[in-house]
Design a binder for this molecule. Structure first.
Ligand code: NAD
Length: 377
């Protein structure tokens, strides 16, 4: 069966969904891997690396696309690209299904089986395929590195004959995968770290990394059966902001990662909170693309407030480390293919009864089959 990896067409994308290492693994399973020429240029992989791993290199993406059984890429296809896919083909990528109703209908209409990487269940069995986690982990790390680079001070405490330097104070809001990695990275660099999340189960994880959990009594909060945070009521949000204001005012660096799955991110750090922060402080907002946790944040830009606080809203911090981001993403995609690969017939078995497939397959056989995205009117 033919797997095609086209070049990414989204502006600024540096990552790819396949690496030479993962190609080798798929080829050994019996998959015929074809990559578009120049695929890995921004991630540090040359065509030669892919061909040495057993892939063929294609320069005519249209005809290869038309005869491929499955296609894997990082980003959702645009309308024109959907038209180039073969009917019945399995398309694996991030799809942003909550915001892409039209695209989903188009994929269904074209008879494509579209698997959405963000919908892969957060279960132990699917951990190897969890692209949200692999990318968030790197984004959390990179947020700290970026803040450290922009900061006009160092992070660790230093006792020197020239005097003592106190450690930088970090405050992390939202402690999922990215937040945990941000805490661990800031601690490793010697910062003093505090953190907050609305899910009470997180407190133990924060403490185990040597950081302090900021306690706020918000009443009932909890999480969904998939482990995602539930949306707070307006009263709870107000209470949270009051508590965050104190912690932000004390912090040199604030990193926000608070997200609500499938919905806009909660607005937590308001202008009033920013006004209380000191000049030179840094705020990195990892939720910028889904609306932002921070008032005034700009996607892929840096804004400096009147009182000198720098707000950074990079949409894809993991894209700043494309080699590792691609390595992890390709491993996720490969684990997904391997899970559904029938070794005997050397073919993909699109098992619709499988809970991972049920979780992430959005369109199939000419219809939108995922309940969450079906038109109910
Ligand atoms: P996410 O990106 O959806 O959100 C990031 C964090 O923001 C979450 O911890 C969430 O609780 C928090 N948040 C939401 N609203 C907030 C607010 N108002 N204030 C402060 N924080 C707020 O989360 P994620 O990193 O994708 O993780 C989601 C869940 O999935 C977690 O429970 C995580 O442990 C779980 N998970 C499980 C597995 C697995 O079992 N295989 C793998 C990865 C993640």
């Amino acid at each position: 069966m033919k797997l095609f990896i086209p070049k990414e067409t989204v502006d600024g994308e540096t990552r790819v969904a396949m690496t030479p290492g993962s190609t080798r693994k798929l080829v050994s399973l019996g998959v015929e891997v074809i990559v578009e020429s120049g695929l890995g240029a921004k991630a540090g992989y040359a065509d030669k690396d892919y061909s040495e791993a057993g892939a063929s290199i294609a320069s005519d993406s249209v005809s290869v696309s038309r005869e491929s059984d499955f296609v894997a890429r990082v980003n959702k296809p645009d309308g024109g690209e959907v038209g180039k896919l073969a009917k019945g083909c399995l398309h694996i990528s991030f799809l942003d299904p909550f915001n892409e109703k039209e695209l989903i209908e188009q994929l269904a209409g074209a008879g494509i089986s579209a698997a959405s990487l963000e919908m892969i269940p957060r279960t132990t069995l699917a951990q190897k395929m969890d692209a949200l986690s692999s990318q968030a982990n790197l984004a959390g790390y990179q947020a700290v590195i970026l803040a450290a680079e922009r900061f006009d001070r160092i992070l660790p405490m230093m006792m020197t004959p020239a005097g003592t330097i106190s450690p930088a104070k970090f405050f992390i809001i939202g402690v999922g995968v990215a937040g945990l990695q941000a805490i661990a990275t800031a601690k490793r660099l010697g910062a003093r770290v505090e953190a907050f999340d609305t899910r009470p189960v997180v407190e133990e994880q924060v403490k185990s990394l040597g950081a302090k959990f900021v306690k706020v009594d918000l009443g009932e909060t909890g999480q969904t059966d998939q482990g995602y945070a539930k949306e707070l009521t307006p009263e709870q949000m107000e209470k949270q902001r009051e508590a965050m204001a104190k912690a932000c005012a004390m912090a040199d660096v604030v990193i926000t990662t608070a997200k609500l799955f499938g919905r806009p991110a909660p607005r937590i750090v308001t202008k009033e909170i920013l006004d209380q922060m000191s000049a030179g402080s840094i705020v990195v907002d990892l939720a910028a693309e889904t609306g932002g946790n921070v008032e005034g944040v700009q996607v892929n830009d840096e804004v400096v407030t009147k009182n000198g606080v720098r707000i950074i809203g990079h949409a894809s911090l993991e894209g700043m480390v494309p080699r590792h981001a691609s390595q992890m993403l390709a491993a996720n995609v490969t684990a997904f293919i391997e899970h559904f690969w029938d070794k005997k017939s050397k073919a993909l078995n699109l098992d619709l009864e499988d809970e991972i497939m049920q979780g992430c397959l959005i369109t199939h056989d000419g219809a939108v089959i995922h309940e969450r995205f079906q038109d109910k009117d």
